[in-house]
Design a protein around this ligand. Structure first.
Ligand code: CAA
Length: 258
């Protein structure tokens, strides 16, 4: 019996796979699911036996957005006190790499959740969009900011102001996803990349991820300083000595994660 009502969690080696599992609502992100998801991701983030996390949905839907039925009657003050988006900040703060495996609909909050991930693998069936405008609102979990940074102003404006879904191929061309694969392979491909990352020295992976994310909210000067400090910090790690010695001795490095 899973400890989560709306998630299925598996682990293979150092890779955990978290699957959204609310099929009747196309994985609409209600408060219960989001609470479970953030708790689950944070638990994996703390677990030394997990080095990368794959986040996926079903073939039909990665996630069809925030739960419209849960919000339809809410007042502005209820939304404010519910403060559902602070949970999303906790996803942004995860230290371990998060790889999205996306098939079918990734809409509204689903697209925003996808964009919280560090690497995105899309099935050729993926349909991605921010259709909130069609129901009288706008993106609220980072869509206007992350989509614009990912695809540029022109496409972000079009998607957010018309609600149009884009195809996986369009998303690839726009730089929103890393790659597009046939539907039967999207999860496998995401897990393959997760395994590849899990084979790298974990402290360097963590500090490199942090430095890349830093580039989104700082000046180049501060970002470069941050990068440099993380680079120097790695010279205090066992894995840095091991990695460089293994290269010189022409053998495979053995990472300890410290
Ligand atoms: N919230 C609640 N329920 C949803 C939902 C959502 N976002 N998306 C789908 N569902 C439910 C449907 O109500 C339906 O339930 P019932 O069987 O009980 O009627 C079930 O999932 C299946 O959906 P459809 O019958 O609509 O399936 P479809 O294949 O005909 O269409 C779809 C699929 C195009 C994704 C369509 O469901 C849709 O447009 N969903 C809404 C997408 C959307 O507007 N998302 C943005 C939400 S707002 C948001 O996310 C704010 C934010 O920034 C955080």
């Amino acid at each position: 019996m899973s400890e989560y009502k709306n998630l299925l969690v598996t682990q293979d080696g150092f890779v955990a796979t978290v699957q959204l599992n609310r099929p009747k609502a196309l994985n609409a992100l209600n408060l219960e699911l989001m609470t479970e998801l953030v708790d689950c991701l944070e638990a994996r983030d703390q677990d030394v036996d997990v080095r990368a996390i794959v986040l996926t949905g079903s073939e039909k839907a990665f996630a069809a957005g925030a739960d419209i039925k849960e919000m339809a009657d809410a007042t502005a003050i209820e939304m404010l006190t519910r403060d559902q988006f602070t949970r999303w900040d906790r996803i942004r703060k995860l230290k371990k790499p998060l790889i999205a495996a996306v098939s079918g609909f990734a809409l509204g909050g689903g697209c925003e959740l996808m964009m919280h991930c560090d690497i995105i693998i899309a099935s050729e069936t993926a349909r991605i969009g921010q259709p909130e405008i069609l129901i009288g609102v706008m993106p609220g979990a980072g869509g206007t900011q992350r989509l614009t940074r990912a695809v540029g102003k022109a496409l972000a404006m079009e998607m957010v102001l018309t609600g149009r879904h884009i195809t996986a191929e369009e998303a690839l061309k726009a730089g929103l996803v890393n790659r597009v694969v046939p539907q039967e392979f999207y999860l496998e491909e995401a897990q393959r990349i997760a395994r590849e990352i899990a084979e790298q020295p974990p402290v360097a992976v963590r500090l490199a991820k942090e430095a890349i994310l830093k580039s989104f909210d700082t000046t180049i000067e501060t970002g470069l300083e941050y990068e440099r400090k993380n680079f120097y910090l790695l010279f205090a790690s066992h894995d840095m000595r091991e990695g460089m010695n293994a290269f010189i001795e022409k053998r495979k490095a053995e990472w300890k994660g410290k």
